[in-house]
Ligand binder design. Structure first.
Ligand code: UD1
Length: 425
């Protein structure tokens, strides 16, 4: 992420070799909180979110919304939103720092009838185009043009109207854009080849509580019957399945035993199956899981896929686990074309990995070595922290501002489980 100026000098030091034990509470999901917060542009009165994770990205989204004129109060994970946007132009300084800023485009068009949004920045994990978001806006009747790095949108006088959206490729963000833009459009919208991620189900649950008429969330066809207005409501942000998966790997890689609480286990099904195949013991309860491991992991091939497949956001962390596996495995990345930037850093820690096209071949080593490494993106930063937990000696992880985008109180949570970890400012 181009987050220049944010905590650039901070580093994390980890002395590895401690087995992690205990319980950890999982925070609200960043990837649900960001689109949910953007709904404040179309839910104009008394919109309350709870379980909002305190992260660089959620703070940035709030700034972006405040900058547009939305009023908010944030206290202990609760955010109350009120009011309507006063302007239709989003701040370049803020948008360039976070790709998810594109999520405000549709709600701004729906509420203001016009929008001027800079082309977004974000993690450097591929080219990450926005053509599908633009396709959505046009299918719903908006006019879109590009000028000097801005997306400029306008809505005809008769307003947005429902339409058929058949995605040529599955996109989480574009599916969210379609839902958020169509909810107040006149008539029916049918989204085919929709993303099925739990975060999409969470947004639809929230919107339906506000009076929307949406069915099919969690399947590949979502039908939205436009409504005139959305009413005040309170909604709790879904738990972060990626944070939960990261702690599960922390248990496995340190041969520890962790109870991971406040989650919906079924949303982690394909990941947990893979983890079980590496030899970890996985116990699943109603709102928690328990992960423990007694020996070195076994190698097990995975490929990333849209939900319900193995999530791309856990690929880097899983690779760290496989780097100490008892044998060789293949990890194929199918979602993003440039999501192996953690590989050279893991190699610095002694991992044996070779990459060909979209496939990494990982040959497990007995132990990782403590090293000085640099995080290149959000999930890569967690993969290096996991490497540090497993390596003997003290590792230094730089580029920590990536971590702060998506993991709430990570050092605190890991310390409570027995990790030897500290941040230096
Ligand atoms: C979201 C998540 C991110 C996760 C990703 C895939 C948020 C805030 N971020 O990102 O953590 O890694 O889903 O699970 O929820 N694409 C296009 N054109 C577009 C949009 C996307 O070609 O207009 C492509 C992307 O380049 C990528 C694929 O579609 O290859 C999937 O991306 P998408 O699902 O859109 O990811 P995001 O919503 O950006």
């Amino acid at each position: 992420m181009d987050n220049s100026g944010q905590n650039n000098n901070e580093r994390i030091f980890i002395t590895g070799g401690e087995k992690l034990y205990g319980k950890v509470n999982i925070s609200g999901a960043k990837n649900a909180a960001l689109p949910l917060m953007a709904l404040s542009l179309i839910i104009n009165e008394d919109f309350k979110l709870s379980n909002v994770p305190d992260l660089a990205d959620t703070r940035l989204m709030l700034k972006l919304l405040n900058d547009l004129g939305i009023k908010s109060i944030w206290k202990n994970g609760h955010v109350n939103f009120n009011g309507i946007a006063q302007i239709d132009e989003a701040s370049y300084e803020l948008v360039r720092q976070m790709r998810a800023s594109i999520l405000i485009l549709g709600p701004l068009l729906a509420s203001q009838g016009s929008a001027k949004v800079p082309l977004p920045g974000g993690c450097a994990i591929g080219s990450r185009p926005i053509d599908l978001h633009v396709m959505v806006m046009e299918a719903l009747g908006a006019n879109i043009k590009f000028d000097s790095g801005f997306i400029i949108g306008s809505v005809p006088s008769e307003g947005l109207r429902g339409g058929k959206i058949n995605f040529p490729k599955i996109s989480v963000g574009a599916t969210e854009s379609a839902i958020m833009t169509a909810v107040l459009a006149k008539g029916q919208t049918i989204i085919s080849n929709a993303a099925q991620e739990p975060e999409i189900v969470d947004i639809v649950t929230c919107l339906n509580k506000a009076g929307a008429n949406i069915v099919g969330e969690g399947s590949n066809t979502i039908i939205i019957n436009g409504v005139e207005e959305l009413k005040k409501l309170q909604h709790e942000v879904l738990a972060d399945r990626i944070e939960a998966g990261s702690f599960a790997i922390a248990a496995s890689i340190t041969m520890g035993d962790i109870e991971i609480k406040n989650i919906i286990p079924k949303y982690l099904e394909s990941f947990l199956k893979a983890l079980e195949n590496t030899g970890s013991k996985v116990e699943i309860y109603k709102n928690s899981i328990n992960i423990c491991a007694y020996k070195r992991p076994l190698p097990y091939n995975i490929f990333t896929e849209e939900h319900p497949g193995f999530p791309t956001d856990l690929q880097a962390q899983y690779m760290t686990l496989m780097s100490i596996a008892d044998g060789e495995c293949e990890i194929r990345e199918n979602i993003f074309e440039n999501r192996f930037m953690h590989v050279p850093e893991l190699i610095r820690m002694g991992a044996r990995i070779s990459v060909k096209n979209q496939t990494a071949t990982v040959t497990g080593v007995n132990n990782l070595k403590a090293s000085k490494v640099m995080a290149s993106d959000l999930r890569a930063s967690m993969c290096l922290i996991l490497g540090g937990l497993a390596a003997l000696g003290t590792s230094e992880v730089d580029g920590i501002y990536h971590l702060d985008r998506g993991y709430e109180n990570l050092e605190g949570k890991l310390s409570d489980l027995g990790a030897n970890i500290r941040r230096s400012r």
